[in-house]
Design a protein around this ligand. Sequence first.
Ligand code: COI
Length: 355
Amino acid sequence: MDIKITKTQNPKPKPAWENAGFCKYYSDHMFIMDGNKTKGWYDARIVPYGPLQMDPASLVFHYAQESFEGMKAFYGVDGKIRLFRPDANMKRMNITHKRMSIMEFDGDFVLKALDELIKIEKDWVPPVDEMAMYIRPFCIGNGTHLGVKSSDDFIYCIILSPVGAYYPEGMAPTKIYIEDKYVRSVEGGTGAYKAGANYAGTLQPGEEVLAKGFSQICWLDAKERKYIEEVGTSNIVFVIDGKVVTPTLKTGTILPGITRDTTLQLAREWGYDVEERPVSVEEVFKAADEGKLNEAFATGTAAVISPVGLIHYKGKEAIINDQKTGPLSQRIYDEVTDLQYGRKEDTRGWIHIVE
Ligand code: COI
């Protein structure tokens, strides 16, 4: 399929990069293609960024048939633009599509379209360390119907935004609140898929947690309310008594994060014992009491590696590593960002250069 390109006549001024925040500004162009369950994907195009015109009866408005991904483009020290493991995002998005009854797509084609889009928008990639251009591919069901059914028609879209740190704390350790009232995901549900619908129910609990003075919410399993699942927009990793421990994906309730996978691969490569298994709140607080909770950090594309300095559960608090960034958190952050900004050679096939 060809990609038709229509350039804007009114390019927007770029923000001062230090004021870019997280997704406050959007670039000049976006990628769109239409899909129909019978016809397949068609009309791939790069067009000026702007509103989508949609019928109010579009299924996404009523039954949330939507998928999305989070990726970033980095401006390297050599002036080249790099993506980090983009094939993993495409693969995961198609897995989401299966679960959400959305048409699957050709990941190689979308990556080619993304390269074209980024080449047009290269001046929107901040040439600044610790900043990137956030990439948001998403897909919505825009067939019209008010009966509960899967859409026959879809829009696949990619938009771009220059970004700095996701959390206002940046790399400074966050305070997390382990949620004991609400749950995010249940076994057999959609918690392991990247669908907007998973986030809607987390907004109000997240606001309550922010109002209590914490930076992020940490979810527990829905069945026993004992086991830690994930944190706000990220996965969570603990270092307990020198071992790297993280909640297992086997329950199907946790997002299989790409930064999570990267972290575990690096930790194994560096000789750490890595355990993917149920991690109870009790175990984490016990380790803290015994001085064995060495580190905790959240992992995600938006959040990168975000150290956790304090955890709270039902009035009890534990301080982690004196609220300082721990050595493994720092090492992973450095390794990942060195690859992303081209400061280190990629020997693992994780980097895609946009050209
Ligand atoms: C990302 O880390 O890129 C995500 O997609 C999480 C998002 C909810 C901000």
